[in-house]
Each structure stands twice: as C-alpha cells, then as structure tokens.
Design a protein around this ligand. Structure first.
Ligand code: FMN
Length: 409
C-alpha cells in the first residue's frame, strides 16, 4: 500500500459506540506505513482509551488535556498544517453539528477548524439521529464546505434497531482515505478500464465453463489506478472480492457480456486482466441436462476475441468522442501460459496490437491464479522486456500502473 506509506494521518475519534472500529482503522493505517496521530474527544475517551491507540500506532494519542497542555495552541495549528488528511471516524451527530457551525471547543474541533488538509468524516449514530432534519442540514453544510463523507451504512444499530447510521467498516474508510490521497496522482484526470476475473460460459441453466482466475490481479490493478488518481471502471465477473472504494463497477459473466460493455466504452487505457474464455459451448441447453439422458457431448466454439474486436473498432458517432478515434490510447493485455510463456506472450502482444503485455507463468506454484503473489515479465511493443521478480499482486499492479501512466504521459 505505497499510497499510505509515510503519510501523516490525523484520526479523530468521537463518542460513539462505533469507536472500537477506530482502533482497527488506526492499526491498518499504521501497518500500511502511515504516521497516525489520534485525537480523542472527551466522549470518545469513554469508549476507547488513548492507550489503545498508543499501542496500535506506536505514537502518543491526544486528548482534551493536550488542548490546555504545554504544547497548547501550537498543537492544533501544527496538526492542521502538517497532516495529509484529517479523518473523523466515528463522527458523532454532536461533532458533525460543531464542525458544520465552526464551533471549536475541544482539541479535535479546534484542529478541524484550523486544518488546511482534506477532512473525511464517517458518521455513526442511531438511525433517528441521522434522519433528524438538524443532522441532515449539518451534513449538507459540511459537504458544501468540502468535507468528504464515508457512509453511514444501513444495518444493525447499537440501539437494537436496524436503519441507516452504522459507521462503515474500517476497510471502507481506508478506501476513501486512499481516494483522497491519490487525487493528485499521475493518472489524475485519466480514465482507466480494468477487467477482472474468469468469465463464465453457460452450458445449461445450472452449469458453467469457467477457469481458476480469482480476480485478485485485476482488483489490485483497479486499486493501484485509483491510488494514482484515475477515474476507474472495473468490469468484473463474479468473485469473492470486495471492489475498491471509488471504482465504478460493472458486473458481467460471459465473454459476450464483457464485450457488450466494452464496445460502448472508451478510456485512456484498457487493462485486460480478466481471464476471458477462448472457447464456449456452441449451444446452451434451455433446461438442466439430466443424468438419466446419458453423458452429454458438449460442442465448443470460439468465444469472441474481446481485445481484437475492441482494439480494431474505433469509436462511432454519438459515443461522446470524435468518431474514428481510437477507443483506448493504451491497451495492456495479460498472457497466462503454462508453456512457452514468452513466445506465446510476444505473439499475443503483436497480434492484438497491445502496448504491453504481462506474461504470467501459471505453472509456477507461487504465481498465477488464486494466490497473493505473482511472477510476471512485461513485454513492450518496442521490443523491451522487464522481469518482475516474485512479488505481491499489489506490487505487480503498481508496476503495471506506473508503466501505463508513463505511456500516457
Ligand atoms: C452509550 C452511548 C453511545 C452513544 N453512541 C453515539 C453514537 O453512536 N453516535 C452519536 O452521534 N452519539 C452517540 N452518543 C452520544 C454522544 O456520545 C454525545 O452526543 C457526546 O456529547 C458526543 O461528544 P463528541 O462528539 O465530542 O464525541 C452515545 C452516548 C452514549 C452514552
């Protein structure tokens, strides 16, 4: 998570039952390499102690005592100037009201008023409190002041009732923080489409023909593109993964569905990380094939070649861009091969007119499908190569996004 590495994050914790989630958030941010300074309100301290945060961040946590302590006035001004972002999670109705009206009566609210950095809040409260016209007006005021808001989510509330007011989970707050920090990255203002997962070709209403792709590499690419400030569209087949916060997600199943979506899209770059089927059943049985009818003979046909079709069909009139213009300025492919890796990848690079291809040796135990690491060689259209040693799919994604950004410069 290089986007968070070395970043100075101020985490405000207010008096909500959801304050326990802030400890997890502080821990995740610290593990990702951020310097996390926590400020608790008096009510926040009733729910979690400064010691909890000191233990997970390795830094002292601040309370209202520090507002009147030795560092006094310097503290809030310094924090407000040096932080990359002020995150208030959970944010109570009370703190929202104070922030909306410029009230600065504790260390957190005085810091927020002095802050020159972006402010992100994750509201947490009972559904009735969130729905109250006063809270709604405060939320609208905060948004009009440029404060960013994560959630709240629908679901079980501490009151025992269900409704909208739950603080979003820490991993989602983390996603919002990444979006804010990435805003001015190398891909700011660029649109990137990433495809992910293994396509599913129906045999009958019950059975499918698919592959082992987990979608991990594609999702990591979408996250890395977001971290670089891109506007990301993730076209994904069903996976067990949670899409990164901020991506526009389009769900598809078959190669045809993926093609139907892509043919209506244009972007600065297309990264085809999905494992799209080469073959599909020629006929899809209308009813479930029954065992009693014997072993079926399933005839296959070639599935549409998505890359070939979308790269050879320029934009038409009415697509929002000049007709005849290339659909994608940069196209990146993946070649998952079990033999003759580089030869096969080079052939695909050339035949599909790609800018570069990530050749992926799926015969290696520590690379390829459904695991966290990958061993990739990048082959470029100009004939150069770059071998990426064994690394996490996140790191591999960051390298691929760096090259994509370089080609778009
Ligand atoms: C057990 C308990 C749970 C509370 N949970 C919330 C909550 O989830 N959201 C909220 O807005 N207020 C909640 N409150 C009320 C706030 O703690 C109270 O408004 C307090 O003044 C907030 O101060 P602060 O915003 O400075 O942290 C709760 C109070 C108690 C006693």
């Amino acid at each position: 998570m290089s986007i968070l590495s070395g970043k100075h994050i101020l985490l405000g914790v207010t008096g909500s039952i959801a304050a326990y989630k802030a400890a997890d958030l502080a821990s995740k941010l610290t593990q990702a390499g951020a310097q996390v300074d926590v400020i608790l309100t008096g009510a926040g301290e009733k729910f979690v102690t400064p010691l909890t945060f000191q233990s997970v961040t390795g830094r002292r946590a601040y309370t209202d005592n520090d507002l009147w302590g030795n560092e006094a006035h310097i503290l809030h001004v310094t924090f407000g100037k040096t932080a990359d972002i002020l995150v208030i999670a959970p944010c109570t109705a009370d703190t929202m009201a104070k922030l909306a009206h410029g009230i600065a009566d504790n260390l957190l609210t005085v810091t927020a008023l002095a802050a020159a950095c972006p402010i992100l809040i994750a509201p947490a409260m009972d559904g009735g409190m969130f729905d109250h016209p006063a809270t709604r007006a405060n939320l609208a005021a905060l948004q009009s002041h440029g404060v960013l808001v994560a959630g709240p989510a629908e679901g079980y509330l501490a009151s025992g009732l269900s409704g909208k007011g739950r603080m979003v989970e820490s991993v989602e707050v983390l996603g919002h923080i990444r979006n804010v920090l990435g805003k001015r990255g190398k891909l700011a203002g660029k649109k990137i489409i990433v495809t992910a997962g293994g396509t599913q070709e129906a045999i009958d209403p019950v059975r499918i023909l698919t592959n082992h792709s987990s979608g991990r590499q594609g999702y990591a690419l979408a996250q890395a593109a977001l971290d670089s400030g891109a506007d990301v569209c993730l076209i994904t087949t069903p996976t067990a993964l949670t899409p990164p916060v901020g991506a526009r997600v389009v769900c598809v199943k078959s190669v045809q569905e993926m093609l139907d979506v892509l043919i209506n899209e244009s972007a600065d770059a297309l990264i085809m990380a999905a494992a799209a089927a080469d073959f599909r059943p020629k006929q899809v049985a209308k009813e479930k094939m029954k065992k009693r009818d014997g072993i079926p003979q399933i005839e296959l046909e070639a599935a549409p070649d998505i890359l070939k079709i979308v790269t050879s069909s320029p934009l038409g009139a009415g697509s929002g861009s000049p007709a005849g213009k290339k659909r994608f300025k940069v196209v990146v492919g993946f070649a998952a091969e079990s033999q003759d890796l580089l030869e096969n990848a080079a052939e695909k690079l050339q035949s599909k007119g790609l800018d570069f291809i990530a050749a992926n040796d799926i015969s290696a135990k520590d690379a390829g499908f459904a695991i966290e690491t990958n061993r990739i060689t990048l082959l470029f259209a100009n004939g150069t190569q770059e071998i990426l040693q064994l690394m996490s799919k996140t790191e591999a994604a960051e390298k691929i996004i760096e090259h994509t950004a370089r080609l778009l410069e």
